[in-house]
Design a protein around this ligand. Structure first.
Ligand code: BTN
Length: 328
């Protein structure tokens, strides 16, 4: 639930952003904020990098928005602050070990469905299969969403499929980026890695207790400044678009798409999600080699998101985890 300070800052930002570059009277800005707190709220925004002109008679004009992912900035970009049944609850950290670890702790302490944990910097960011997730501070999106679907524990991997389909759809629609999906969790752009998804969770009595979907997206980093192993295989939105992108806007748009797919999933309607995932997959219809050396034809994914691999002997295997390399 947003605090009164967060809700005031959100209201002020929404008005200023809707008429960026125009002066807005202090009466109008004060209307829905705590009495006598406008000056203090404006100072808070200035200290966070919002550049404003405050004129004694004309009011306030927003000139520059900083690229921050603070809760009020995210709320002010969202079309609705509802997740499914709850308000988006946002926990922001300047620096943390891993948003997935923090989200799992919060989930064990009963954080609600749709709680978002976001950080500007991770010191122990984690990828799949025990790998590290490396991101320079303050330029990319690093966040985890706590989800509490009442479904069988086997359905947990489907959250990766749902998230991948939502992120790709949102980036395609809103930024015209031709994002593709590599099973199970890679977001690929121009044959390089744009981001990844790490889904974790806990189950009790065969049902999901909570899922934590961790998402890392290279938004404004310069891949050429990463380590040599990463710079050759990574790409960012900034590199692809040739300009910096506002992270909170990217996040708000993709949360809206995720919420839409998550609602469909809860209603037992996975069809559109699976079809979208398949249409964006660069894995299906190819011969692939798994990290354990198995070779097969990537035929399909099943209802839970496992890869269906047809082996040379015709037998179909459902693969839950691993890395794969397309052969041709
Ligand atoms: C992968 O490609 O292997 C998955 C990468 C997932 C990275 C994100 S960043 C936010 C969240 N917190 C983590 O520690 N990992 C995920």
């Amino acid at each position: 639930m947003p605090t009164s300070q967060t809700s005031d800052l959100t209201t002020i930002l929404q008005i200023l952003k809707s008429r960026k570059g125009e002066f807005i009277s202090t009466e109008e800005l004060s209307k829905d904020v705590e009495p006598n707190s406008l000056q203090e709220r404006l100072h808070t925004l200035e200290s966070q990098g919002y550049e404003m002109e405050i004129h004694p008679t004309l009011g306030v004009r927003l000139n520059v928005m900083p690229d921050v992912t603070l809760p009020h900035e995210i709320y002010s970009e969202l079309d609705s602050i509802k997740w499914v049944d709850n308000i988006f609850s946002i926990v922001h950290h300047d620096i943390i070990a891993s948003t997935n670890e923090d989200a799992k702790d919060l989930a064990r302490r009963n954080a609600v469905d749709g709680t978002l944990v976001i950080a500007d910097h991770q010191t122990k960011g984690r990828g799949r299969l025990g790998r590290q997730w490396v991101s320079p501070p303050g330029v990319n999106l690093l966040f985890s969403l706590i989800l509490r679907p009442r479904v069988d524990a086997q359905r947990l991997p489907f959250l990766t499929i749902l998230t991948a389909a939502a992120v790709a759809t949102s980036l395609r629609r809103n930024y015209a980026l031709p994002v593709m999906l590599k099973w199970p969790n890679d977001l690929i752009l121009h044959d390089r890695k744009l981001g990844g998804i790490l889904t974790e969770g806990e189950a009790a009595e065969g049902l999901v207790r909570f899922g934590v979907v961790g998402i890392g997206i290279n938004v404004n980093c310069d891949p050429e400044k990463l380590s040599p192993e990463l710079s050759d295989i990574s790409i960012s939105m900034k590199t692809a678009l040739g300009k910096k992108v506002h992270r909170a806007a990217v996040l708000a748009k993709l949360l809206a798409q995720m919420r839409e797919y998550y609602r469909q999933f809860l209603a037992g309607n996975d069809k559109e999600i699976v079809e979208t995932w398949k249409s964006l997959s660069n894995t299906l219809g190819r011969s692939v080699r798994l990290s354990d050396g198995t070779i097969g034809y990537a035929e399909d994914i099943d209802n839970n998101g496992a890869l269906i691999l047809r082996m040379e002997n015709g037998i179909r295997k459902h693969i839950w985890e691993g890395d794969l390399t397309p052969l041709f």
